[in-house]
Design a protein around this ligand. Structure first.
Ligand code: SF4
Length: 212
């Protein structure tokens, strides 16, 4: 079915990571606001007839009802994205969700944190630090504290915005896997590029101690 250029697809696969589905709004170095909108399931399997890795956005309610875990075999439907810049997952508006096989629960020693992902309020409370893209794509990928956010940069106030994806970590500041990566440029029309060098991370995570 195709509506407004969007297509409803069927998918099935094994969950390899469950991360919060997040968006970020940046305005110069004055504001970096994180929004928490549900979860992204990353799966190895088949979506829309294509075999490989893909991701599907699910709501907080869907996750709380079905309690997806890494290793679960799952199937469902979803829709292709209407605005590719505003969502990191390949598909969203998931439906007809069904767990085909439950994964065995294994005791693992973090990091990475292969835990049942917490609710949105917990991510909101914890706040995030910038995480290097190579760590996100590598050791941190299965971690419930990792996220790739869809970022909107206010480039010319009320006139134009820029979009990109950025990786963040909500995990303990003491995690030995953590690397911030390079400072991130935040362009603004009248000022050129300013650089987020980490002090916004300190503000975003100021409620937490080193080991929290
Ligand atoms: S650095 Fe963050 S995302 Fe990576 S393993 Fe540690 S807590 Fe998880």
């Amino acid at each position: 079915m195709i509506i407004n250029d969007q297509e409803k697809i069927a998918w099935q696969g094994t969950i390899v990571s469950i991360q919060p589905r997040t968006t970020v709004w940046r305005y110069k170095l004055d504001n970096r606001t994180h929004y928490h909108r549900g979860y992204n399931l990353f799966l190895d399997g088949e979506a829309d007839g294509v075999v490989g890795r893909f991701s599907v956005a699910v709501s907080e309610k869907q996750q709380q009802k079905l309690i997806f875990r890494i290793g679960d075999q799952v199937k469902g439907t979803a829709w292709t994205k209407r605005y590719p810049v505003s969502d990191y997952a390949d598909y969203y508006r998931a439906g007809n969700l069904k767990i085909l096989t439950r994964a065995d629960q294994k005791d693992t020693t973090p990091p990475p944190y292969l835990i049942e992902p917490p609710d949105m309020a917990t991510y909101e409370w914890r706040g995030a630090r910038m995480l290097s893209k190579s760590r996100y794509n590598g050791k941190c990928f299965p971690c419930a504290w990792a996220t790739m956010s869809a970022v909107e940069i206010e480039y010319d106030w009320g006139v134009s915005r820029k979009y990109r994806f950025e990786s963040f970590c909500y995990g303990p500041k003491s995690c030995p896997f953590y690397q911030m990566g390079r400072p991130r440029s935040v362009p603004y029309k009248k000022f050129g590029s300013l650089y987020d060098e980490g002090w916004l991370d300190d503000i975003c995570t100021e409620r937490r101690d080193w080991d929290e």
